[in-house]
Design a protein around this ligand. Structure first.
Ligand SMILES: [Zn+2]
Ligand SMILES: [Zn+2]
Length: 424
C-alpha cells in the first residue's frame, strides 16, 4: 500500500523549514514592534460565520470551502480565511470592551478547495493583522506600512501596492445600480461566473481576470466617481499619507477584492514581474463587519498575506553551508566513549550549543562522513586513547586539521563562535 498526501497539500520539509521560520519570526517581530498581539483561533468554525461575513456569493463560500457535518450533525467549515474567526473571537471573548484600537495578528493554515498550482495549495498559510476601533486613514497606513516593512525585511522585491476605495453602504448601492445597467447589454461577453453573479455582486466583475470580462468592463463607470464625500476624503488622505511616508503605490480603480465585507480602502500587493501565481495578499477596511456580526458599530482594517506566495517571491536564500553546532563522534562499541559523548552533548546544550552525538554505532569513518553531510564544521572525536588521557580531539572539517583539548578547554573552544568557512 502506498500513501500519498491529498492533492493540494504539501509537507514542509526540514530542508525548507528555515525559510518558513525566518518568515514567521520576521512577521512576529514586526507585529510586536507595531503593538499587535497574537491571537489563535480554531481551525474550524460554524459554516454560517463564513457564509454570512465573507458573503454567499463570493467564490470562497460558493465553491471553495471545506464544509462537513460533524458527528453531532453540526455544519462546520475549515477556516478559509482569518478575518471572520478573529471578528467572532473579538465579539465573543470580550475584546470589544478593551481599550481601542484592539490590534491583533495571526498566523496559520487556511483551507480552500481551489485548483492547485504554483504557490497555491488547498491547505495554505497566511499571516495577517486586524485592527478594531480605529477608522482613520492613519490606521490604514499602519497596516500597509507593516506589510511593506515585512517585504523589505524578507527581501521581497517588486511587490506593487495597488489600492482603491470600494466606498461604503451609502455610496456603493447607487454605483452598483449604474454598473448593473452598464453590464446588461454586455452580458454575453461575461464568463459563466460573472454572468451568474453580476446581478448580485456586479463589483466582482471588475476584477475578473478573464478576457471577455475585461472587455465587458471597458468604459464602465468607476466607483471613484460615485464615492460620497467622507469616503473620498478618507481615500485622498490615505494617498497623502502614503506619499509622505514614501510608500509607492498605484491606484487601481478595478480592484475590489474577492470578499464582500470590504468598505472604503481595498489594497493588494501584486508581483510586478509577470507571474500568474496572483497577489501576495491584500486587505482593506471592513467598517460594517463587526456590527453585521452582531457587535457594536466598529471601524476595522486588516490584511492577510499568503505565506507560500511570499516564499516564492523571496527567491533563494544565501545558503549558510555550515551548522554552528558540533557533531560528537565516538569509537563504536565503546560504552565509556558513548557515555562521555552523551554527557558532553548535554553539557554543550546547556551552554546553548547545538550538539549531536553519534547514535547508530557506525564506524568512525562513517561518522565523519555523516557529520560532513549534515553540515557540521566541527566534530569532537572521543576514542579509547582520548578517554585514557582525558583529552578530546576537535576536528575542523574544512581543512581537516585536528587538535586535542582538555575538557574545559574544549568547552571554551566550542562555545566560541565559528568564523567564516574559509578562515584558517
Ligand atoms: Zn461612502
Ligand atoms: Zn468573469
Amino acid at each position: 500500500m502506498e500513501f500519498r498526501a491529498p492533492r493540494g497539500t504539501r509537507d514542509i520539509l526540514p530542508s525548507e523549514i528555515g525559510r518558513w521560520q525566518h518568515l514567521e519570526s520576521c512577521f512576529q517581530e514586526l507585529c510586536r514592534l507595531h503593538g499587535f498581539e497574537e491571537i489563535r483561533t480554531p481551525l474550524f468554525e460554524h459554516t454560517e460565520l463564513f457564509s454570512r461575513s465573507v458573503g454567499e456569493e463570493s467564490d470562497i463560500v460558493s465553491k471553495e470551502m471545506y464544509t462537513f457535518l460533524d458527528r453531532g450533525g453540526r455544519q462546520v467549515t475549515l477556516r478559509p480565511e482569518g478575518t471572520a474567526p478573529v471578528v467572532r473571537a473579538y465579539l465573543q471573548r470580550g475584546l470589544a470592551s478593551q481599550p481601542q484600537p484592539v490590534k491583533l495578528y495571526y498566523y496559520g493554515p487556511m483551507f480552500r478547495y481551489d485548483r492547485p498550482q504554483a504557490g497555491r495549495y488547498r491547505q495554505f498559510h497566511q499571516v495577517g493583522v486586524e485592527m478594531y476601533g480605529a477608522g482613520t486613514p492613519a490606521a490604514d497606513l499602519e497596516v500597509i506600512s507593516l506589510c511593506t516593512s515585512f517585504f523589505n525585511r524578507l527581501g521581497v522585491n517588486g511587490a506593487e501596492l495597488q489600492l482603491n476605495s470600494v466606498g461604503c453602504s451609502r455610496c456603493r448601492p447607487p454605483y452598483r445600480e449604474r454598473l448593473v445597467s452598464f453590464l446588461k447589454p454586455r452580458e454575453e461577453l461575461l464568463c459563466a461566473d460573472c454572468r451568474r453573479r453580476h446581478r448580485e455582486n456586479p463589483l466582482r466583475v471588475l476584477d475578473c481576470k478573464r478576457p471577455g470580462c475585461r472587455r465587458a468592463i471597458t468604459g464602465a463607470p468607476l466607483l471613484a466617481e460615485y464615492l460620497c464625500r467622507e469616503c473620498s476624503e478618507h481615500f485622498l488622505a490615505l494617498l497623502r499619507l502614503l506619499d509622505r511616508s514614501n510608500i509607492p503605490y498605484r491606484e487601481n480603480p478595478y480592484l475590489v477584492r474577492g470578499l464582500d465585507y470590504y468598505t472604503r480602502t481595498a489594497f493588494e500587493f501584486v508581483p510586478r514581474e509577470g507571474n500568474d501565481s496572483g497577489s501576495l495578499g491584500g486587505g482593506g477596511r471592513y467598517d460594517d463587519l463587526v456590527e453585521y456580526c452582531g457587535g457594536p458599530a466598529t471601524p476595522a482594517v486588516g490584511v492577510a498575506l499568503g505565506v507560500e506566495r511570499i516564499l516564492l517571491a523571496m527567491g533563494e536564500p544565501e545558503g549558510d553551508r555550515y551548522s554552528p553546532g558540533v557533531y560528537i563522534a565516538c569509537a563504536p562499541g565503546e560504552e565509556e566513549a558513548e557515555v562521555e559523548a552523551l554527557s558532553l552533548a548535554r553539557e554543550l546544550r546547556d551552554l546553548g550549543v547545538v550538539a549531536e552525538p553519534e547514535l547508530t554505532g557506525r564506524s568512525l569513518r562513517g561518522q565523519l562522513k555523516l557529520a560532513n553531510r549534515k553540515g557540521y564544521r566541527r566534530v569532537i572525536i572521543i576514542g579509547p586513547r582520548e578517554l585514557e588521557q582525558g583529552l578530546f580531539t576537535l576536528r575542523d572539517m574544512v581543512g581537516g586539521s585536528q587538535r586535542e583539548y582538555s575538557r574545559s578547554d574544549l568547552l571554551a573552544e566550542v562555545t566560541r563562535p565559528v568564523s567564516g568557512p574559509n578562515s584558517e
